[in-house]
Design a protein around this ligand. Structure first.
Ligand code: ADP
Ligand code: MG
Length: 374
């Protein structure tokens, strides 16, 4: 094997000899030239700041070693995320969150081989904090920078632990900003088959909670009350949308009118029936997303089925998906709770696959609030 100059690791080029103990070499055809080297221990620091969670994680040779998430309580006062306040809170949290992630991984900054960050989609101000921090850190340490698509990372969270889905698989991505059925062909090739035409299902949970007087973010609280209620107590209409698309604005309006009517008859209606209302709304929302997922899986003949995103933490969705999977003969993949809502662990996992391919970003990179699936 010929010693080669390492194109991607110029800063380490003096180490790039075949008998180095610090590096293993693998050679890859890149036109007429062969490239590249890969450190024996590969540590990537990942930063997530797309919405209202500041998170940092370290992945070492494909294994998550730390995953720190700092939430932002300030938004509870306003019943939703206030973008400007989110960016300021990210600035306050980011240094401590990154330090803790490095410390918990039992490494130092000098051991890092790359810095990854969420480029989008998300709130511009929030993304700017993580992006600028990652760029500055990569520049200061003279190591590569890796941009990650937040939605792809939600899907790739399934590769953090066993069992891992086999390609191609279907993934229902359900969060505060997305509701999509995505065909995952490989680590980098993902095709959106259908999506919401208005609100996301997480928004439907959060808006229902708001109507019921529950604090933000209401999704987990609706889930908590639903566990104690009757899912068939009240009926809400299921929106019919073409192909694999969804709509949640209608159900939101029907819940609003339902509550207006019931509280006019009995002002204590919500307090007296909170568990049943939550259980019935949750039952409807879960049916809406899973019916579409089943249709897609049947029509495409796919038996590997996953869910991802904040709403995949919902107990009703998890349980019903398991039951549906058994009936349909699917292998079902549901992420661990810590990897459902926004976290840097999933960004680190996605970055690891990009690192293996040498897929790095330049210092010119800027956030993309509406970043599309790759
Ligand atoms: P983003 O949408 O910013 O990417 P996440 O992926 O963390 O954020 O998803 C947040 C959404 O997930 C919120 O709408 C929240 O209410 C919802 N959510 C989190 N846990 C649950 C749960 N147990 N039941 C229903 N919704 C939930
Ligand atoms: Mg998310």
């Amino acid at each position: 094997m010929q010693p080669v100059t390492c194109n991607l690791f110029k800063h380490n080029s003096e180490n790039c000899v075949t008998n180095s103990t610090n590096f293993v070499f693998y050679f890859k055809k890149l036109g007429l030239r062969t490239v590249v080297c890969r450190p024996l221990t590969m540590n990537i620091l990942a930063i997530e700041s797309s919405c209202d969670d500041t998170s940092a994680a370290v992945i070492s040779n494909g294994k998550i070693c730390s995953n720190i998430v700092a939430g932002q309580l300030i938004h509870e006062l306003y019943g939703g995320v206030v973008p400007e306040l989110a960016s300021r809170a990210h600035q306050q949290h980011i240094v401590r969150v990154v330090d803790k992630a490095i410390q918990d991984a039992k490494i130092t900054k000098k051991d890092l081989n790359a810095i990854a960050f969420t480029r989008g989609p998300g709130l511009l101000g929030s993304l700017l904090v993580g992006t600028s921090f990652a760029k500055a850190m990569a520049l200061a340490l003279d190591i590569p920078l890796i941009e990650v698509n937040h939605m792809q990372a939600h899907v790739l969270a399934h590769f953090i632990d066993e069992p891992r889905p086999a390609f191609p698989f279907l993934c229902l991505t359900v969060s505060g900003g997305h509701t999509q059925i995505v065909l995952i062909k490989d680590y980098a090739t993902m095709e959106v088959l259908g999506e919401t035409q208005d609100d996301a299902v997480g928004e439907a949970f959060d808006k229902t909670a708001k109507l019921l007087g529950l604090p933000y973010p209401g999704g987990p609280l609706v889930d908590k009350h639903a566990k104690l209620g009757n899912p068939l107590a009240y009926e809400f209409p299921l929106a019919e949308m073409p192909q694999y698309n969804f709509s949640f604005s209608g159900i939101k309006t029907s819940i609003l009118y339902f509550l207006k009517k019931k509280t006019a008859e009995n002002p204590n209606f919500v307090a007296e029936n909170l568990n049943d209302i939550c259980a019935s709304v949750q039952h409807t929302l879960v049916r809406m997303v899973l019916q579409k997922l089943r249709r897609a899986a049947r029509e495409l003949g796919i038996k590997e089925v996953a869910i991802a995103g904040g709403v995949s933490a919902n107990s009703g969705l998890r349980k019903t998906l398991h039951e549906m999977g058994e009936k349909e003969g699917w292998n079902v993949y549901i992420p661990d709770f810590q990897y459902c809502t926004d976290n840097a662990g999933m960004i680190a996992m996605a970055a690891y696959f990009k690192y293996l391919k040498g897929d790095f970003s330049s210092q010119e990179v800027s956030p993309l609030p509406r970043m599309e699936w790759g």
